[in-house]
Design a protein around this ligand. Sequence first.
Ligand SMILES: [Zn+2]
Ligand SMILES: [Zn+2]
Length: 410
Amino acid sequence: MSSKYISKEDILIFLASMGVELSKNTKMPMEDLTKRLGNALDASQQFDQLLGTKTVDPAEFPKWPGGDILKASHRNNIQESFTGTGATSQRKKGPLSAKEDTFRELRQSILAISHCCDEGTKDIYYMDGDEKWAIFVRILRVYKIKNDVPLFLFVYRQLVANPSSPMETQMQSFPAESRATIKVSELERRILLRLFEKNAKRLPPTYSIADGTDGAIASFVLPLCPIGMLGLGKLTANPGCEVCGKKTTSRCMQCLSVVYCGKECQTADWKTHKSTCRSLKGGSWHKIKVNSPGAQLPYSFILSRLDPTQGGGKDTVSDGTPPPDIHEGKVFLAKFQLSLSSNAIPGHMLIYDRTRSFQLFWLRKSDPDLFDEGVYMMRDKLKFYRWVRRTGDYEFDLCLDRAPAADPVW
Ligand SMILES: [Zn+2]
Ligand SMILES: [Zn+2]
């Protein structure tokens, strides 16, 4: 098996560490999962917003004017600088960290490039604890792209120690005034290679850099940041046919709650699905109204979500336009969360869909009986998943007395 292979289980763990939570039992084919991993790495680099082109020629950008690269890498990282939970130092726990921390570790590893550039260190070795293998990275140049984000152009090479050539000896073949060693786990190594390879393919085909690092591959990387809500929504959407994971084309017409690739899988799943389907059938639906802009009604209000990485730290926008109904009038599952925070809006539930295409603040005072029924059904969990249907720009139907057969993972 290739040393770059990432198992399905590891892809799911890594995606979950990025906030992309797919079911552990997802039937999604490996090819689709791999693609999602690539898209997630791009979302974390904000690739589409910052570059977005198939081919990236760094030479088209101005060189970094010098200094404060670490600071600039943080600025690109609004959410983290707010929460203070992120990659704030170049110190890493390294290979001892839990797999569930891999994304945080990876962000620190990439942030270390900024730190090294500020210090004038050009060579970085991403290495395991036993110095059995390493990814050697030599930073060539830093460019300034959109939004004052740095782009790091480098060459990299995999090194594997062997009895006749221990790591120390191999490192000596790349003379450097100073070098940094960063401990990474096995999974992180594989993800780093995936990221470097992906970007390497984006450099113009003529890109080759003669600088004495034989066999090294040219690539680039952008600072990594947590993925915004909208991005997470896209990355968790359409997990595929309930049965086989393939692209879906049909939906159970009775309840609209499950999707299949076709008639065959739908028939095969009927035994499992029929109880949910039938239970949803007799559910009672209640209309709730949402304030349209400017109205002074005791209703709830709705906001479209924005990526936290845009909009200067705000994650919602209320510009007067209702969020689009991405469900096209169909029934979908929404998460209801009761807010107990006294400094938030008192007596409200936050309702949102899997893709966070909207964020609805449902106020108790707009329908106390229904609201209290919901709170009662939540018991002490303070959240549940229920079926919702959009009936207008500022109208929703809720079905609180029918629970999904299994809670989703988002
Ligand atoms: Zn299928
Ligand atoms: Zn059904």
